[in-house]
Design a protein around this ligand. Structure first.
Ligand code: AMP
Length: 518
């Protein structure tokens, strides 16, 4: 066994008594489900043995588009164990999107929900994936049926720290999704860093209410709990009432800002309800200062905001304690994402790559053992995103103050973050521009009280063509995941442009910023 296989490190942190409960979940019918640590070990061993029986080359991609379940988490653990590469896909993705991911990643195995088997198998077959399994949210499907015939002991495959563990697809301004390649070493160093930094301790219990196709729920939350041998209270979907009701039995909650806003709307959220909790963590999108303050008033807890991305996992965090290693300050400051994590170097640079003085706004660039290995089969794109001296260009714009706190002020890549999900304008614009009668389009993010931000499209018709905004939205709905659909679509006569011919999205954002908020 090699200790560079992430699974080996996670498994080593399981409690000695494998009969202890590791995960408390609820079935789709409301039945309580309890998984012991031994169950996670045996289930993942069976699936790893099933994968091993397929005789795949090491490092094969295992593409997974299934509803959140504890079994889906064990499929992730099994993939690590078997030495393959986990490729999670958002459950909202439709066939055009899956076709692109499967075509690009060329997975050897595709796992989908039973209801999607028909169209997913067709895509998998045309991309040369030899094996398709199903996994339902009610522990049904062929994956577990087949795995049940395999042994529940499995020796993890040896892995070097720089071998791949996962690929997370993320988009750029070009609209083409890129697969960020993360190694066992990337993920393990980040998980270990966070275990220390956030003071994980014996007796911690995590409320897991995030999706597991994204770095936040899959890596930050799952690795955090498993590496600490901590029990997880597992919710397949976020329900604010249920999350609040779980707080007296838990200590750690991780959420995107939208989840905090939803819990604040519940009368049950009180100081008493949150009194057993140790730590509330927020990330993936900016936490509004109003939410930060309201949470403090209502619960007595100060949310700890952190910042990261698929390509890097976690980069910065507000402090958990005043430990000297972490800057000696214990103040969690709203509207900031805290300090670079130990081992992470962060600088703010101008467009030429020159480091800017303290307080100045510029491009955030990072270095560290957690920075990904590049974009899958896109060496040119990878090279573009790194400076000549090895800094990764995050695409985020921000500043560092004199005390060392980092703030994100914008996104050079124009990303819209709606309810914690990334929407890349160029991708949606591409679909709109392909519609009959459309000359061009622009998508901008505007503030929204529930989702943080939503997309608003502005569309220009070809001469003589008549366009209808509602019809454009309806057409997009059949092609794209719901979170990417613009909330409004306006037909205009021209797009504002600067002298260089670039669309001035800032003017559009200003024009529509009051659509959903006062
Ligand atoms: P993803 O790759 O989906 O994790 O998205 C990464 C992007 O989310 C980052 O590049 C940031 O733009 C944004 N992001 C993540 N955390 C924060 C935060 N705490 N505040 C502001 N933006 C954030």
């Amino acid at each position: 066994m090699s200790d560079s296989n992430l699974f080996v490190a996670l498994r080593a942190a399981f409690p000695a008594d494998l009969d202890e409960i590791a995960v408390e979940a609820v079935s789709p019918h409301g039945q309580a489900l309890h998984y012991a640590w031994g169950d996670l070990d045996r289930m993942s061993a069976r699936i790893a043995n099933l994968l091993a029986s397929l005789d795949l080359p090491q490092g094969s991609r295992i593409a997974v588009q299934v509803e959140k379940s504890v079994e889906a988490m064990t499929l992730y653990l099994a993939t690590l164990r078997a030495g393959h590469v986990f490729l999670p896909l958002n459950t909202a993705y439709q066939s055009a999107e899956i076709e692109y991911f499967v075509g690009n990643a060329e997975p050897a195995v595709v796992v989908c929900t039973p209801k999607n088997l028909g169209w997913v198998s067709a895509i998998a077959a045309s991309a040369g994936a030899a094996h398709v399994f199903t996994l339902g949210e009610d522990r049904d499907g062929s994956l577990l049926e087949r795995a049940a015939h395999f042994d529940d002991l499995h020796v993890p495959v040896e892995k070097q720290a720089d071998e791949l563990a996962a690929i997370l697809y993320t988009s750029g301004t070009t609209g083409r999704s890129k697969g960020a390649m993360l190694s066992h070493g990337n993920l393990l160093t980040n998980a270990r860093m966070l275990k220390d930094y956030w003071g994980w301790k014996a007796g911690d219990v995590l409320i897991h209410a995030l999706p597991i196709f994204h770095a936040h729920g899959l890596f930050v939350a799952i690795h955090g709990a498993l590496l600490n041998g901590s029990k997880i209270i597992w919710f397949p979907k976020f329900d604010p009432k249920a999350a609040i009701a779980a707080m007296p039995r838990a200590t750690v909650f991780m959420g995107v800002p939208t989840l905090y806003v939803r819990m604040l709307a519940e009368a049950a959220l009180t100081k008493e309800a949150a009194s057993h909790m140790r730590l509330f963590i927020s990330g993936s999108a900016p936490l509004l200062i109003e939410t930060f303050k309201e949470w403090q008033e209502r619960t007595g807890h100060t949310i700890l905001e952190r910042y990261g991305m698929s390509e890097t996992t976690m980069l910065t965090s507000n402090p958990y304690s005043a430990d000297e290693r972490f800057g000696g300050q214990d103040e969690r400051r709203g509207s900031t994402v805290g300090f670079p994590l130990p081992g992470v170097d962060l600088r703010v640079a101008d467009d030429a790559g020159k480091e800017l003085p303290v307080g100045e706004i510029g491009n955030i660039q990072v270095k560290g053992p957690n920075i990904f290995k590049g974009y899958w089969r896109m060496p040119e794109k990878t090279a573009e995103e790194f400076s000549a001296d090895g800094w990764f260009k995050t695409g985020d714009v921000g500043r560092v103050d004199e005390r060392g706190y980092v703030s994100i002020v914008g996104r050079s890549k124009d990303l819209i973050i709606s309810g914690g999900y990334n929407v890349y304008p160029a991708e949606i614009e591409g679909y709109i521009n392909d519609m009959p009668g459309v000359a061009e389009s622009a998508l901008v993010g505007v503030p929204h009280p529930d989702f943080g931000e939503v997309g608003v499209a502005v569309v220009i018709a070809k001469p003589g063509a008549k366009l209808d905004g509602e019809a454009i939205i309806a057409a997009l709905k059949s092609q794209l995941a719901n979170f990417k659909i613009p909330k409004r679509c306006f037909v205009a006569t021209e797009l504002p442009r600067n002298t260089m011919g670039k669309v001035q999205k800032n003017l559009l954002r200003d024009q529509y910023k009051g659509l959903f908020v006062a």
